[in-house]
Design a protein around this ligand. Structure first.
Ligand code: SF4
Length: 447
């Protein structure tokens, strides 16, 4: 039975010391009851409280770790169905499938290039799934070792034969791979190996099968598992992931309280990429794909980054004056907000245009142009304050002291002209219009 905040409060020290980051024990108890905090965050909780609350206050979905060291993948431990309720905690691993009979080094090279920079963050493929199509444990081991040497990513070992998987899992146990017996029932040997070596295990089947098999494996000592519906289409996969998540989070049903692995099976690469994007949004812990071209992988990574950003924390860059392409005293001064997506859109357009410029990112607490303007954070007063603070105009020759504001806020140009004491130019509404504006219009208006 779910514990109430009051049940938990009764077992806390009730000193309101605040060491858990919450001002009172009651507030902390409410957070534990809603699974937003774990009891371990109270350093003063007694052993009695830990014993009584331990299992009941544990997160509804188990944290599963694949791999070791800096590159380890942590998935699961989610506490909500929807990100607006709180946030999603652990982004899914995006795993590219490698066949143990292909040229593994060439493939590793390709995978290592699947990394991109987006809104100031590196986003990249972080997991590899090695499939034993050879049917030979030595070949699987060899391919997995080579991939580990080349990439160091967490490994998913896939085989259709339990003996092959056991042998390889045992040999590579120090790398803590995730073991996936494709289409088979978990045998005693595989379960014993996972329990003894503390390796994570994929439990495959429909929800009913997973429910029973996960419970059995847990009773046998397996601590970390990943649920998988097997080879099913997108509709069934999404149904599986959603129902498993609901069972864990809304009904505290422990046997399904594990992250889910979904494989995108579509043969057409664009379709497969789209399928994987859906799985990232609901509710995969790992997504396995066979596509390995940047144009198909980037949408998946972009989706992952967007979904797993904390919606309660605005994504922002430092509000300051940025120089792009080595500007001089006759370069354009572009004014925008410090919302990351806005700033990086402007930056990428200016960079690709190769025109030297300065970008003034005004502190709007990480909100976009129109939102900031509507909230009175991107008006004449704030922008003119930013001019003074950064001495943005001081770096320019007289005829070039003409800041360009986004077309979306053209309405403030008159007031800003008075506040800032300089002529204001109105740029395009969208960042994508900047290269054309800077090349063909701006230079006619300055000098
Ligand atoms: S750290 Fe523990 S004792 Fe202190 S306020 Fe938080 S819950 Fe209460």
């Amino acid at each position: 039975m779910a514990l109430t905040g009051l049940d938990i409060y009764k077992l806390l020290p009730q000193t309101n010391c605040g060491d858990c980051g919450v001002p009172t024990c009651l507030a902390f108890a409410m957070k534990v009851a809603s699974k937003q905090s774990a009891l371990e965050e109270c350093p003063h909780a007694s052993d009695e409280a830990k014993n009584e609350l331990g299992a009941a206050s544990a997160p509804p979905q188990k944290l599963v770790t694949v791999g070791t060291g800096d590159h380890k993948l942590e998935i699961g431990n989610e506490t909500v169905m929807f990100r607006h309720e709180e946030k999603f905690h652990h982004q899914p691993g995006v795993a590219v499938l490698v066949d143990d009979q292909e040229d593994v080094e060439t493939k590793a090279d390709k995978i290592s290039n699947l990394q991109f920079e987006r809104i100031g963050e590196e986003i990249y493929v972080d997991t590899v799934a090695v499939n034993c199509s050879s049917g030979d444990a030595a070949a699987l081991q060899n391919a997995a070792r080579k991939l580990n040497d080349c990439l160091g990513f967490p490994l998913i070992l896939i085989a259709g034969d339990a003996g092959v998987l056991c042998e390889t899992g045992k040999a590579l146990s120090a790398l803590r791979p995730l073991l996936w017996l494709r289409g088979g029932e978990l045998g005693d040997d595989l379960v014993s190996l996972a329990a003894e070596k503390e390796l994570p295990l994929v439990v495959e089947g429909d929800l009913e099968t997973c429910d029973a098999a996960a419970q059995k494996a847990k009773d046998a000592g397996v601590g970390e598992m990943v649920l998988c519906p097997g080879e099913v289409g997108p509709a069934k996969a999404l149904e599986f992931a959603t129902k498993a998540r609901r069972a864990a989070i809304q009904k505290s049903h422990r046997p399904l309280g594990y992250p889910v692995l979904l494989r995108a099976w579509a043969e057409d690469p664009a379709q497969q990429s789209l399928e994987a994007c859906h799985y990232v949004s609901k509710y995969a812990g790992i997504v396995v794909v066979s596509i390995d071209s940047p144009e198909y992988i980037l949408p998946i990574l972009t989706m992952r980054q967007s979904i797993y950003i904390d919606p309660q924390v605005p994504v922002q860059v430092e509000p300051k004056l940025y120089e792009v392409n080595d500007p001089d005293n006759q370069s354009p001064l572009l004014v925008t907000t410090n919302f990351s997506l806005t700033y990086y859109s402007v930056l990428s357009e200016v960079e690709s245009s190769r025109i030297p410029a300065r970008i003034l990112a005004v502190d709007t607490e990480g909100t976009s142009v129109l939102t900031a303007w509507a909230a009175d954070k991107f008006g004449a007063e704030q922008i003119s304050e930013a001019f003074d603070k950064t001495n943005a105009l001081g770096a320019l020759e007289d005829g070039y002291k003409k800041p360009v504001i986004p077309g979306l806020v053209a309405v403030i140009s008159g007031e800003l002209q008075e506040e800032g004491g300089c002529e204001i130019l109105v740029g395009p509404k969208e960042a994508s219009g900047l290269p054309n504006y800077l090349k063909n219009e701006w230079n006619k208006l300055v000098g």
